[in-house]
Structures are given as C-alpha cells and as structure tokens.
Write a protein that binds this ligand. Structure first.
Ligand code: UD1
Ligand code: PEP
Length: 444
C-alpha cells in the first residue's frame, strides 16, 4: 500500500494549477449517454479515479469512451445496455447518475445500490421521487433499483425536500427527453449544475433556470453529441487556498473562480488571511495570527461541506474557539478522531465540532476516512511538528490529481511512498459500504 508522508513547517509559495471539477465531469459523462446521434467531446477532464470508474460504467453500458490528454470523446449511438452492476457502482456513488439518462433514452434502468464516502447515510429517495413523478415504475430488490417506463417519461412539477445535487442532476437529465415540461423546485444551485445544463443545451436540450432553485426543462425528441469544457474544481482550489493559509504561505491558485468560492474567501478573510483576485486566479497570503471563526456548511451558495474537513484543519491553528456545524451530511466528522491523534482539541456536540485552538499539532500515523478527510489530514500535516503519515490514499485519488506533486512543487516537504503490507496500521480494515435507500432522518 501507499502512504503520503509529510513533514510540517514549510511555507508554501508559487502557483498551482486547478483541474476540471470532479463533481461537474461525472454528471456530464453520464449525460453523454442521452445522445443517440453524434459524438461528444469533453475538455478539461481531470485524471481522477472517479473519472476512470464512470468511464468503465459507460463502456459496460455499450458506450464507446476514450480518454486522452484531458479530453474525453464519447459515442453513445449504439443500443445501450440498461443494467449497471455492483462491481463498478459500489466504488462510486455518482454512478447512480446513469439512471436518469438511461430511463429517458431507453425507458429502463437497473442499477446496483450506489457506494460513496463514509460520510453518513446517503439516501436516493429524492431521485426516485422525481422519476416516479415522471411516470416511472420504481422497484427495489436484491441490492438493485429498477426503474421502468412504457413509452416516454412525462413532464411533471417536482419539489425536492432538500436541494440534493445528485437528485437535481438526475431529474434534469431524465426530463430532457420527457414529453412536455418539467419544473423542478427547491433544486440545488451548485455551479456544477449550471455546467451540466450548459452541456445539455449544447446537445439540443431546453433547460433554463439552472443555478437557481427553480429549473424548467422542456422535453425534446432527441439529443446529439456536443463539445463542452468542464469548469475548474472549486473544491480542489479551496483545498490549496487552505493549504497556503495554514502554512502562512503566498500562493496563486490558478484558474480558481472567485464567484464559486465566495463563502471560503469570506471565512479566510475573517480569519486574517489575505485573499486577492488576480488575472488568472486567486492569490492567498497567510498570516501568523490566524483568528478563530464559526463555519456552517450549507447547500450552495453556503459554505460547501466538501471543504469542511480542510477548514477544520485550518481552524486547529487559529487562536480562540471555533464551531463548525455540518448540516448537509449527518456523519461527516470522521476526521476528528484522526486530528486528535495529531494532538487536536476538538469536542463533538451533535452536528457541531467545537475546536479549542491554536493546537500544538504533532505529526502522527493517520487514516484518510474519506476523500476530503484525506486532504484535510495532509493539510494538518503541513503545519504539524514532525512527520505525518496518511494511509488509505484511494480516497484522495478519487478527487485530487497528484496532490503530493502539486504540494511538493509549492515547497512542501512531502512524498508518496509504497510501504510493505506488514507495516500497515491495524486500522486498515476493509470498509463497510454505508449506503442505504429510504428517508433521510432529517426529512422524517
Ligand atoms: C458527485 C457529486 O457531485 N458529489 C457531491 C454531491 O453529492 P450528492 O449529490 O450525493 O449530495 P446531495 O446533495 O444529494 O446530498 C445532500 C444531502 O441530502 C441527502 N439526500 C440526498 C439525496 C436523496 O435522494 N435523499 C437525501 O436524503 C443526503 O443524504 C445528504 O445528507 O453533493 C454533495 C453536497 O454538496 C457533495 O458533498 C458531493 O461532493
Ligand atoms: C463527497 C464527495 O464526493 P462523492 O459525492 O462523489 O462521494 C466529495 O467530493 O467530497
């Protein structure tokens, strides 16, 4: 197995380039299956494990996908298969995004229950509610979800209980080929949804209102392949901004878009970090006097849950008491236990983490419990005394292209090494799959 080994104490400086967004490219690749004519070309595609996984899912469904130098070409013209098996889907929850396109184009989809990060119960009831409102018959059994419609889906008015990103994307994709108009209310407003809608419209769809909570989709008869560029990854950008801040560094985060990062920028400034928009990116200049701040994660345009763990790492170095409240996922504090190994003082009270800082962070043997937790531990390691060794790197590889190389180029003392199995910490037991259907307790 591999580990990242980081020795804290270096100030980061220079510039780092941000890749295309994982959370934008996954739905875009899934949406490509809607094109019964022509080829799609997708630019600025990051070389991430999740991208390879969704490409494999599409290939299994009889779509031709090729990926070279950051560009994917997809030909989905052949007759599609409609069943996505467990061995692909379990790796990545976003595989479930093929359900909307399959249902719209072929009228049938049978998908194994999706996997994902160990960040709590992640039901898919809102996706299914949308498909059912459009006339699909949905059944669940033997670890699979099957949806079927005789003829075409029908446009409908759908109001989500919660602005779910995945449900919004799946329902928009399903509605593009439905008969009539679909109105989606309480829709998620994330920039990745705007990016998806732009692609769908380039394919011939009629989607308006993406980026607001009310999205209107008028069904069309057929969609065709199109060219599309993936927007920069705001979460990767935010991760490097926080890494720069925790080291008191001076880093230009190239391609980062300030509009998509407003809540993080506001919090960094509140903590005393200098953040400037420059031509070509965002510059972050750290301070040796970080101030405590309270953070509450929310759907966009609130503070993103995907930056919560990294922000916690930064708050461990800020003077005073900070409170982080996680409202999006019910169990996204798995990194707290790992931070405690690094001498962090954090108390959990329900959905809040109370941080007493500044902590005298010390390097330790830690485990990436999920994707962003992994990045956060590396960030904490940049500011800790001595060596921090992070294991379970497959989580980090889902969402970061060459995290070690990019941090090293900024001056961090960091390397990724292969270690013998016998040296693995006892904690490296296989992970249980934590996905379930049903109603999120918060909606019950
Ligand atoms: C591939 C991708 O884009 N992943 C992102 C997407 O995940 P994802 O699309 O899975 O996240 P959702 O917005 O759907 O989930 C948000 C909350 O709603 C709940 N929920 C969701 C759907 C549903 O049918 N029922 C239900 O109860 C979830 O359990 C969670 O508590 O948005 C999350 C929230 O910004 C991000 O953390 C993920 O990085
Ligand atoms: C939770 C995340 O991703 P996913 O929804 O793909 O598990 C993430 O990107 O932080």
């Amino acid at each position: 197995m591999e580990k990242i080994i980081v020795r804290g104490g270096k100030r980061l400086s220079g510039s780092v380039k941000i890749e295309g967004a994982k959370n934008a490219v996954l739905p875009v690749i899934a949406a490509s299956m809607l094109a019964s004519e022509g080829i799609s070309t997708i630019y600025n595609v990051p070389g991430l494990a999740d991208v390879y996984t969704i490409n494999e899912v599409l290939r299994y469904l009889n779509t031709s996908v090729s990926y070279k130098n950051g560009t994917i070409t997809i030909n989905a013209v052949a007759e599609l298969m409609t069943e996505a098996p467990f061995e692909y889907v379990r790796k990545m929850r976003a595989s479930f995004l093929v359900m909307g396109p399959l249902l719209a184009r072929v009228g049938h989809a049978k998908i194994a229950l999706p996997g994902g990060c160990a960040i709590g119960s992640r039901p898919i009831d809102q996706h299914l509610k949308g498909f059912e409102a459009m006339g699909a018959n949905v059944t669940i059994g033997n670890g699979c979800i099957e949806a079927r419609i005789d003829g075409k889906l029908k446009g409908s008015i759908i109001c989500l209980d919660f602005p779910s990103v995945g449900a919004t994307e799946n329902i928009i994709m399903a509605a593009t080929l439905a008969k009539g108009e679909t109105i989606l209310e309480n829709a998620a407003c994330e920039p990745e949804i705007v990016n998806l809608a732009q692609y769908l419209n380039a394919m011939g769809a009629k989607v308006s209102g993406a980026g607001t909570s009310k999205i209107r989709i008028t069904g069309v008869n057929q969609l065709h392949g199109a060219e599309h560029t993936i927007l920069p990854d705001r979460i990767e950008a935010g991760t490097y901004m926080i890494a720069a801040a925790i080291t008191g560094g001076n880093v230009l985060v190239e391609n980062a878009e300030a509009d998509a990062l407003r809540p993080l920028i506001a919090k960094l400034r509140e903590m005393g970090v200098e953040v400037e928009q420059e031509l070509g990116g965002i510059r972050v200049i750290g301070t040796d006097h970080l101030q405590a701040a309270d953070v509450k994660t929310m759907p966009h345009p609130g503070f993103p849950t995907d930056l919560q763990a990294q922000m916690m790492a930064l708050l461990l170095k800020a003077a005073g008491t900070s409170v982080i409240t996680e409202t999006v996922f019910e169990n996204r504090f798995m990194h707290v236990e790992e931070f405690r190994r690094m001498n962090a003082s954090i108390k959990i009270d329900g959905r809040s983490a109370i941080i007493n800082a500044p902590c005298d962070l010390q390097g330790a043997e830690v485990t990436a419990t999920d994707l962003r937790a992994g990045a956060a531990l590396v960030i904490a390691g940049l500011a800790a005394k001595g060596y921090t060794r992070v294991s379970r790197l497959h989580h980090i590889d889902r969402g970061y292209v060459d995290l070690t190389g990019k941090l090293s180029a900024l001056g961090a003392d960091i390397e990724r090494v292969r270690v013998e199995e016998a040296e693995q910490p006892a904690a490296a037991a296989p992970e249980p799959l934590r996905t379930q259907i049903g109603v999120n307790p918060k909606f019950a």
